[in-house]
Design a protein around this ligand. Structure first.
Ligand code: PGA
Length: 234
């Protein structure tokens, strides 16, 4: 990856969350197209790709254009927990893990306590947790239940109405929420997520309390995701 460093720039994160999508063959095509067409990216931008578990071999250790994450980990360590992937099992392949996405809270019953336990697992395995919150209250709970998080992870703030709806929050509202969360976690980068596209991304990355974006739908097509990255660079 060609990197250009500009002094005085804040570190920005662009996270692609594929959710429950794509076959292995589709992931291979996406990876090849993405790496081939990625423009020179500033040293101050980190692209975090979070595909599904079975895509990990397609992405891991294949390119320095991005860092790799997954969308969930087990509540438990490795052992007799059928169907689960423990943090200690994937620590050699990924650097990041999303924890507590609102879809996991809604469809899989993840509570603040479960989120906190998963954060502890990630931190113990040396994987950076990206904790998803849809309110300041969830961020407060995280600070109480998982003090390990402080200084070790990122927050992805995603208001529920904006996820997958095509109706993003306004950059100003998102910045105000991020400012409140920053009071709780003074050193955590805070990202906004919810219907981010190449058309609105710059409005978010330009906000003082926002250090990047989480992108669901617009990360599934490599060309759309590349347009979004180009928009951040513009
Ligand atoms: P969306 O999803 O970009 O499709 O709204 C964002 C997310 O849930 O992380």
């Amino acid at each position: 990856m060609v990197e250009i460093s500009l002094p005085g720039m804040k570190m920005l994160y662009i996270l692609g969350n594929w959710k429950s999508n794509k076959t292995t063959a589709e992931a291979v095509l996406w990876q090849q197209s993405f790496v081939k067409n990625l423009p020179p990216v500033l040293e101050s931008i980190t692209i975090i790709l979070c595909p599904a578990f079975h895509h990990v071999p397609v992405f891991a250790h294949k390119s320095d254009a991005y860092v790799l994450g997954v969308q969930n980990i087990s509540l438990f360590d490795a052992g007799a927990y059928t169907g689960e992937v423990a943090a200690s099992m994937i620590k050699d392949d990924v650097t990041h893990v999303m924890i507590g996405h609102s879809e996991r809270r809604k469809h899989f019953g993840e509570t603040d306590e479960i989120v906190a336990q998963k954060v502890k697992r990630a931190v113990a395995a040396g994987i950076t947790p990206i904790v998803c919150v849809s309110s300041t209250g969830q961020a407060k709970q995280l600070s109480v239940l998982a003090p390990e998080f402080t200084n070790s992870g990122l927050i992805l703030y995603e208001p529920l109405f904006a996820i997958g709806s095509g109706k993003s929050d306004s950059p100003e509202n998102a910045n105000a929420a991020a400012g409140e969360i920053q009071q709780i976690f003074p050193s955590a980068p805070i990202l906004y997520g919810g219907s981010v596209t190449h058309e609105n991304v710059k409005g978010f990355t330009d906000q003082p309390y926002l250090s990047g974006v989480g992108v669901g739908g617009a990360s599934l097509d490599p060309d759309k995701f590349l347009s979004l990255i180009r928009a951040v660079l513009s």
